[in-house]
Structures are given as C-alpha cells and as structure tokens.
Design a protein around this ligand. Structure first.
Ligand code: GLU
Length: 505
C-alpha cells in the first residue's frame, strides 16, 4: 500500500532527517489512559521533551480520553505519575494547565462538534445514517466477495432535504469525511521522505460518532492545530493514520505540522514490543529497581546515538547533542539484559547513602517491609530467619531450576496452560488486591475445570518458588502485579520448555 522512498527503506541504518525548526517548536504526546503506563509513552515523552528543550520549545501532554469505554481516570493518574518518575517534564498538560487547554479531550467536545459542522458546511464531510447492522452486512458481503472492506459511501450523496428529514425524525447519525475516491495522498515523514498511500485504501472515515464523541483522527487533528503543535513526533504505528490526517488538514484548510514517526520498539525476536514477551509497563521497571536516569539513557539509545556513539550519557548530554539526523530506522531492540547492564553502571556511581535511599524507594521502604512483616510474623521464630523465609518478597525473577515447579501431580504442560490462562485474567484486572485475586483464581478454577489445589499450588510455586508461603492472594497483593505477572510468565516459559516425562510403563 505504501511506497517508501530511498532514504526511508526500513533497512536504512540512518535516517536523513528533513526536520525544520524555524521557531521554538511545540510538541506533544497524547497518551490514551487505558491501562498501565506503557514504556512506549515514556519513549515518545523522552524524544519529544528532548527535542523541545534543544530548541527552547514547549512540550505538551494531552490526554486522549475520547474512547469512553476504555477510559480510566486511574490510568491517567498513573501515566502522569509514571512519566514524572521517569523524569520527563512537560510545560503544559492536564495537571499544570497552559494557554491551550483543556488538555483532556473529553473536556473539549464542543470544539470537535463545531469542527465537524464546519466540514459539513464546506461539503468536505457528510452525515451518515447507516445503522451498525447495515455496516456489518456491507462488510460481510465484501468479505464474501473477497473485496476490500470499507464503507460503501451509501450516505455520501444524500440530498439536503433527505438529511433534514432524517435529522428531524431523530435518526442517529455519524459524520464522515468525503475522502477523495481515486489518486494518492502523500505524507511527508521527516525521517522517511515521501510516503504515498492509495486513496482507494482510505475510507470515508468517521469523524464524529453517533454519541457525539470524536474519533481519534478528528480530535487529534483539531487539537494539534489548536494547540499549535509544530512537530508531531509519534510511533511508527501511526504512520498509516497520517494520510487521513493530511486529508483532514486539507479539508479544514489548516497547515499540517511536520511528521516524525519514530521506529517501533521491538522484542529481542524483532517483533513489535508486547507484554507477551517483554514487560511493557513503566511500573515494572520502577518496581524492578531500574533507576530513572538509566531508563532515560536506555530509551535514548532506542534508534538514536550520540555523535561519538558512546552508550552512557545523561539526558542533558542528549539534549545538547540532539538532532533527528542521528536516528536510525531499523527497529531498536528493547533488550532487558542490556538494560540491566546499564543500570549496574549507574548504580555503581551512587554513594552508599544514595544507594541506600534507592533501595528504600524500591523494596526496603518501611511501608513495604511492614506489609511483609504482617504476612511473615506468624511463620518465623527468630529474626534471623526473616530474610531467608521471606526472600521471594524481595527478589525479581526467580530461578525455577531445582524448585518444586511443576508441583506434584500437575503435568508441566498443564501447569504452563494454567499459568497462561490465569495470567490473562490477572492482566485484565483494574484493581490488584487479595480479595480480587482470590476470587479471580477461584472463578478460573470453576470455569476451566481445574482442581483448586492444582491451580493454587502452581501459582504459589511460580510466584514464590516454594511450596510454603503466607496466604497466596495476600502474598501476590504485596509483591505487586508487576513482579507477580512477570514471574507467572517466566514460570510458564520454563514449564513449556520442560521435557514431557515418558509415559509410565
Ligand atoms: N492516543 C494515541 C496514543 O495512544 C496518540 C497517537 C498520536 O500521537 O497521535 O498513542
């Protein structure tokens, strides 16, 4: 679908950037608050803020919460807190305000409605009254005929009187863009050059949904324009949305910002970073005891390098040397071993006092220790037995070799399935506490038909490495979701690799 010019082939090691800075730039990240704060948000936050700082510009955080079904206030708070922990600073945002607010899309709804009306009156957009049933039928018919699926433009040419009549009858409607039917839309990406998209591939996209909420495309373009964003620096996964944005800028008659699509972070096997293979939550790295300065340095190495190629640098040094000319588009690998190595380098530069402070921030703080004491007190006779009994509250990954995994009576493949399936349920939880964890595990036993004992013992060994632990659900609550989920995943992988014992003869 896309043609990427010479300089933009993904094999090209270095991008030839066409980024222009003629005035202090205004840049933004626009996270959607739909779960744990993602490491990709910190990645984009770092590069946006470094670029802004380099050129005396402004970095904005905007919350894209228009998908109300997925919106979580808690998640917004977590994102902002996590970014602050990483040490990323913004000058405008929902928490600090600024001249172009509000910075939460759900508080800007009238603007999007007005914008949609404007496009209708310019005949660049139209109302669509098709029901979701009709749209499903159209899609199914297209699939059956192996045609490209998309809206069949049924309402595109409705007469004004027909539209009025339908509106008067109270029929729900969406607003769609009148996209060009033939030809191509060219996106200029500052790292890839011109990328062209066939317009036949671009739908008459919905701009405003029937509930009056904008789609991502409309809200993003309206906000980037009104917030005077000069450079849109975002992940490569949004490149395919950009021709739609270009069409929208044209329809409004707005000047488009410069687009810079950053390479995707990858798992070691080069697939797109995913929580199946790599922890993707910033909170995991915080909990693991990665220092924020390590994380910023590490993210700075993702697709970018210092002029002298040195790997250890501060954010201030990154700002000083920053240029998009030093970007490389070959997918950077988010390699945990390298992150550990780098963190070790940083840790060793700490004074003993700083080290102690860092330890207290992670798992040796009074609050955390008290929670562990509550669970361990009944089980330890002398204080010198505390650390060896409670070791699993303090480590990160466990070594299962020689551990009772899988527990007796549970076949290894089955134990792996149990952990995987339970992990899916744990990952879907909005809250993480003993009661919810216990109920979730019980419900899983019931639904899957597995014995409670098999499920709980497998989980216990995966999370603690031992057959004895305090109440499992409480232990999981205290250890925290980041480490528990990581251990479940690693234990599952370990089990999958175990040889299946030969059948008893
Ligand atoms: N809300 C989008 C996200 O979650 C923003 C994409 C963009 O930067 O335009 O990443």
């Amino acid at each position: 679908m896309t043609q990427i010019n010479q300089s933009g082939s993904s094999a090209a090691p270095k991008a030839f950037s066409t980024v222009k800075v003629t005035a202090p730039p205004r840049v933004r990240i626009a996270p959607s608050p739909t779960g744990d704060p993602h490491i990709g948000t910190a990645y984009m936050g770092l590069f946006n803020s470094v670029f802004a700082k380099k050129h005396g510009g402004t970095f904005v955080v905007r919350i894209e919460d228009t998908d109300q079904t997925r919106y979580r206030k808690m998640s917004e708070d977590m994102i902002l807190k996590a970014l602050k922990w990483v040490g990323i600073e913004w000058q405008e945002g929902p928490d600090v305000g600024g001249p172009y607010g509000p910075y939460r899309q759900s508080e800007r709804l009238p603007m999007y409605r007005e914008a949609a009306e404007e496009l209708i009156s310019k005949k660049e957009a139209y109302r669509c009254f098709c029901s979701s049933e009709r749209l499903t039928q159209v899609r199914e018919a297209q699939q059956a005929k192996k045609e490209q699926s998309g809206y069949d433009r049924h309402c595109r040419d409705l007469s004004e009187s027909a539209v009025k009549e339908k509106l008067a009858s109270g029929a729900p409607s969406t607003v769609r863009l009148k996209a060009p039917i033939g030809g191509q839309t060219v996106v200029h990406d500052c790292l890839r050059g011109d990328v062209s998209f066939e317009n036949t591939q671009l739908d008459d996209m919905v701009l405003l949904k029937s509930d009056g909420f904008p789609t991502y495309h409309l809200a993003s373009v309206v906000d980037d324009h009104h917030m005077k964003i000069s450079h849109v620096i975002r992940g490569e996964e949004w490149l395919s949305s950009t021709p739609k944005h270009v069409l929208l800028y044209r329809a409004f008659g707005f000047e488009a910002p410069q687009f810079i699509h950053m390479p995707l972070l990858r798992n070691p096997d080069k697939s797109k970073i995913s929580k199946r293979k790599n922890p993707t939550s910033i909170l995991y790295y915080q909990r693991k005891g990665v220092l924020p300065e390590t994380l910023r340095n590490f993210l700075g190495l993702m697709g970018w390098s210092m002029p002298d190629e040195r790997e250890i640098f501060t954010t201030a040094e990154m700002v000083e040397n920053f240029t998009f000319d030093r970007m490389s588009l070959g997918g950077p690998v988010f390699d945990l071993q390298k992150l550990d190595w780098l963190n070790g380098k940083y840790l060793r530069t700490l004074s003993d006092d700083q080290y102690l402070h860092a330890l207290k921030e992670v798992t040796l703080g009074d609050e955390y220790l008290k929670k562990v004491i509550q669970l361990v007190k009944e089980r330890v006779e002398t204080l010198d037995g505390f650390v060896s009994y409670a070791h699993f509250f303090f480590g990160g990954d466990l070594n299962y070799v020689g551990s009772p995994l899988p527990p007796k009576g549970v076949e290894s493949k089955k134990a792996a399935v149990i952990l995987n399936e339970l992990l899916d349920r744990f990952e879907a939880l909005d809250e993480w506490n003993a009661k919810i964890l216990h109920d979730t595990a019980e419900a899983y036993c019931k639904d899957s038909g597995n014995k409670t004992k098999d499920v709980f013992m497998t989980l216990r060994v995966a999370v603690t490495g031992t057959l004895q632990s305090p109440s499992l659900a409480e232990t999981c609550e205290v250890i925290g979701k980041e480490i528990v989920r990581r251990r479940m995943r690693l234990a599952g992988e370990y089990l999958k690799k175990m040889p299946v014992p030969p059948p008893a003869s």
